[in-house]
Design a protein around this ligand. Structure first.
Ligand SMILES: C[S@@+](CC[C@H](N)C(=O)[O-])C[C@H]1O[C@@H](n2cnc3c(N)ncnc32)[C@H](O)[C@@H]1O
Length: 276
């Protein structure tokens, strides 16, 4: 346990090492447009006090800090000390004064009632064993009229790669299974409207988020960088063999050189709930 009572073992399944830190930065760039759209739909703007729930190394937090400006503030929270150390270092290096960070388990938020104007969570609720506790904590902290904007997977195994490959399908299934084994839910998007309603948030909007990736694009490199980091974990968890990891890599390389290859990203939803 750390001084704050947060269990150090609770670091998230994808790891907090340097490679994952860089991957999250790249991922943020690739999904920047969809993310800004969620913020705009939630009405985030200058002067707001926003919560970045499960902020990771803080890539979104910096953009949110720009959005709210000097009169606003971003409270960035995560359970990973290593990610928060990175965020602190960046805050100092960039001389940012409107981001505060806190080492917190988002399932145990204890913010004062009505203390934030809005909240954002991207690819966090799919990893938390008790997403309802997270949403309840956020709902409690939101002021009336404030929005919680969530972007998350709603059917991970529908990640579709063409031409079809058993080696790739195998790894996609194993990835979804690994999230479940560690207490997450790779299909959490489906539950979000129900959970939000239960926590007193009125669902304002449910937007599908699916894209097509083709070889040679930045989006094509998104799963590539994910699996480069994650295949060893899947092997360690005995969800795939070394041979299956190698078969995936060989097949991905072949697809990467095929102009006709493409994928549909794992379907996600953007759900915006408003506190009444
Ligand atoms: C895939 S990363 C996403 C980071 C960031 N939201 C983004 O979109 O770039 C998932 C993050 O959720 C954090 N996380 C998972 N479970 C958590 C919990 N119970 N409390 C706080 N943070 C948690 C992890 O530490 C990690 O930083």
């Amino acid at each position: 346990m750390s001084e704050t009572g947060v269990n150090d073992e609770h670091e998230y399944i994808l790891g907090t090492h340097g490679e994952e830190l860089r991957r999250l930065g790249f991922q943020h760039q690739v999904w920047a447009e969809q993310t800004s759209r969620a913020w705009s739909d939630a009405g985030f703007g200058p002067g707001d006090r926003l919560l970045d729930v499960g902020c990771g190394p803080g890539y979104a937090a910096f953009d949110l800090a720009n959005l709210v400006g000097a009169a606003g503030e971003v409270l960035a929270i995560d359970v990973s000390q290593r990610f928060l150390d990175h965020l602190h270092a960046q805050i100092r290096a960039r001389e940012i004064s409107n981001i505060r960070c806190a080492l917190t388990d988002v399932e145990r938020l204890e913010l004062p009632t009505g203390s934030v104007d809005g909240a954002f969570a991207r690819w966090v609720l799919c990893f938390t064993p008790d997403p309802e506790a997270v949403i309840a904590g956020v709902a409690h902290a939101l002021r009336p009229g404030g929005c919680f904007a969530v972007l998350d997977y709603c059917h991970y195994e529908a990640f579709t790669v063409a031409p079809r490959s058993q080696a790739i399908d195998r790894v996609i299934r194993a990835t979804a299974e690994s999230f479940r084994i560690r207490g997450g839910n790779p299909d959490i998007g489906r539950e979000l409207p129900t959970l939000m309603a239960r926590c007193g948030l009125e669902v304002q909007e449910i937007r599908p988020v699916v894209r097509v990736g083709r070889p040679g694009t930045a989006l094509w490199r998104w799963p590539e960088s994910f699996f480069a980091n994650y295949l060893p974990t899947l092997v360690e968890m005995q969800l795939i063999t070394d041979a299956e990891a190698s078969a995936f890599q060989a097949q991905w390389k072949t697809h990467s050189e095929e102009a006709a290859a493409f994928f549909l990203t794992p379907p996600m939803v953007q759900v915006v709930g408003v506190k009444r």
